[in-house]
Design a protein around this ligand. Structure first.
Ligand SMILES: NC(=O)c1ccc[n+]([C@@H]2O[C@H](COP(=O)([O-])OP(=O)(O)OC[C@H]3O[C@@H](n4cnc5c(N)ncnc54)[C@H](OP(=O)(O)O)[C@@H]3O)[C@@H](O)[C@H]2O)c1
Length: 318
């Protein structure tokens, strides 16, 4: 089968012809129709997460996807051949992933029936980013009347954060370069601040404090490194919460400032997917697909995502 894989960490991802996997007990084989690209995919290829991930090579890249159940392994009862499913398909320890014509999933793993009326390319864009957004809003205990800053709001996770924080009744401030300010407001942001204005007098904190002199209640951040989180945390009122998706927050340091710091990790479940399906069905969550590319262009799409400037999700048609 055709798949995008790397021969070793640090190698350039390439289209390869690799064996089609066989579903074992409790597993399903899925004919992939679309896969969603996440920063994790190039981080994995680059070896940036090698200490926390077991992998064999050649290693097929990609986690998120949607497709049709082709074959079920022994003992599978929850899913049937022909059903349309979406979710995550990581199998790095066996060299498997979602950027391939066929992928494996566990029937008790993070896969679910696709939401009614949803097309494959949309469904593939949902799992990792939207689940992270849901987890971050839960972790921050975002509530009506709070003021929340979303840092990295224009990308895959950030767009979900803006919508979910707004849905929870918070006043949302979203980071956005000028071209994305309108989109952020349409997704529910009350205000935008331009993170590309770098100098202190006009930087992120100054722009927020110009409107919110007494500070804000929470920061939901998907991009900042550790020193930047300490800087941005100065915006928080006593008792405020800082949540990071990139493990940049130091909870002890936040506690010493009278704040709460939380790092959110992956770990999608089928229950989370069902929650996301409900939010999508109710039109409370929209996932913007910025770009669709054929499988052979996935290496270029990963390079483009690594370079920055995401304006939504990139989806790979398989
Ligand atoms: N822990 C978890 O479970 C989990 C789950 C999902 C994702 N993540 C991580 O979360 C991060 C974000 O993922 P994603 O899918 O949202 O990425 P993405 O789609 O590539 O989006 C990143 C966005 O951040 C913006 N940005 C970059 N630097 C910024 C800055 N200094 N201030 C404000 N905005 C900035 C980018 O726009 P510009 O370049 O134009 O500024 C882009 O729109 C990744 O590192 C990913 O690995 C973690």
């Amino acid at each position: 089968m055709r798949a995008i894989a790397v021969s070793e960490y640090g190698a350039t991802p390439a289209l390869m012809n690799l064996p089609r996997p066989e579903p074992g007990p409790g597993e399903i084989l899925v004919k992939m129709i679309a896969a969603g690209l996440n920063p994790f995919d190039w981080k994995l290829a680059d070896g940036m997460v090698k200490d926390s991930v077991d992998a064999t090579f050649p290693l097929i890249l990609g986690v998120d996807g949607a497709g049709v159940v082709e074959q079920v392994g022994e003992g599978v009862t929850r899913l049937r051949v022909g059903e349309q499913i979406y979710g995550t398909f990581a199998g790095t320890e066996r060299g498997l992933g979602a950027f391939a014509e066929y992928a494996l999933a566990r029937e008790d793993g993070p896969v679910a029936l696709m939401p009614e009326g949803m097309i494959y390319t949309q469904a593939a864009a949902v799992p990792t980013a939207s689940a992270a957004a849901l987890k971050m809003v839960d972790a921050a205990r975002v509530d009506a009347g709070q003021t929340v800053l979303v840092v990295g709001a224009t990308g895959g996770v950030g767009q979900g954060l803006v919508q979910l924080a707004s849905l929870a009744g918070a006043k949302v401030i979203a980071t956005a370069r000028a071209d994305m300010a309108g989109t952020m407001r349409r997704l529910g942001a009350d205000e935008t601040v331009d993170h590309s204005r770098g100098d202190d007098a006009d930087g992120l904190n100054a722009q927020v404090l110009a409107v919110h002199k007494d500070g804000i209640d929470a920061v939901l951040d998907v991009v900042s490194d550790a020193p930047a989180t300490e800087d941005i945390a100065q915006l928080l009122r006593p008792g405020g919460t800082y949540v990071s998706s990139v493990w940049a927050v130091n909870p002890d340091s936040m506690e010493a400032k009278g704040l709460r710091g939380v790092n959110v990790s992956g770990g999608l479940t089928s229950g989370t997917l069902d929650r996301l399906s409900d939010l999508i069905d109710a039109s409370d969550l929209r996932v913007q697909v910025e770009r669709e590319v054929p499988l052979e262009d996935a290496p270029d799409a990963m390079a483009a995502n690594r370079a920055g400037g995401a304006r939504g999700k990139t989806v790979i048609r398989i």
